[in-house]
Ligand binder design. Sequence first.
Ligand code: NAP
Length: 280
Amino acid sequence: MQNAAFAALGLDWRYLAFEVAPENLRAAIEGAKVMGFAGLNLTVPHKLLAVNLMDALDESARVWGAVNTIRFEGRTPQSDWRPPGHFEKDAPVEIRTVGFNTDADALVNALRADLQLELSGKKVLLLGAGGAGRTAALRLAAENVSALFLVNRTSSKILEIQQEIKQKFPAVYVGLDYPKPPHSEIDLLINATSLGLKSDDPSPLDEKLFSFRQTAAVYDMIYRPSATALLRAARSAGCTTANGLGMLLYQGARAFEIWTGKTAPLEVMRRALEHNIYGL
Ligand code: NAP
């Protein structure tokens, strides 16, 4: 999607994937910096590790405690920091790394665009408390949901998230189980576990404890396969559904804007994703 966006805007830029072992992250970032890269995206497990490696953190990375986007900035003779595109002729003598997080807002944007959902005042059941689940829980709390129900295989993780939300967003009710009366009807169920990536995975949802009839909408962060068993069952039960493609799109679109300073061509990027992931 990034290469399609660069081409659409006539930018002679390339987006490439590199596999980097966690112990080499610092060296990889330093290497990209001196080779004149404009920026980087990071994925698991680098998002948390990178926080302490940045020269500066944007508010988004500070608030959500993870970096998925890095912008390299050069110092101008006037001593302010500019993205590399600014330096047409002479390469800057000093370059710094700035860490951003574009994942957290991407979920909210995707829920708004794909499920027409405004989160304020809504009740949400969130399955999973790994990297994506934790960020989602905090971002949903920041959006003033009225109640958040957290379910995860490893219960210590949801306990930690509950404590963090209590401190940062005290108005949000956080339950550590499936919703029960009087909260048993909710607006949205989100799957942030990795269950559903493989066709023989068990369901992330315990249907003995929660029925699809109790929720209006279901969002699965997984986008490959395009419809997990969870989404198919939710659709049959009459729920509004969406998969994680929108999340992927919006985090990428924001990263594009951070690097280039230009508005992301969203539809070009969406079509590139659909073509590359689903062969459409
Ligand atoms: P992660 O940090 O590895 O977390 C995995 C989560 O799945 C944890 O909550 C884990 O529970 C749970 N889990 C894994 N295997 C399980 C099992 N056998 N039974 C029950 N629970 C299990 O991964 P992540 O980065 O948060 O990603 C989670 C999912 O979101 C993945 O499917 C990923 O593809 C998707 N995602 C999508 C986007 C997007 O742009 N659409 C972005 C990020 C992530 P424990 O805590 O107990 O281990």
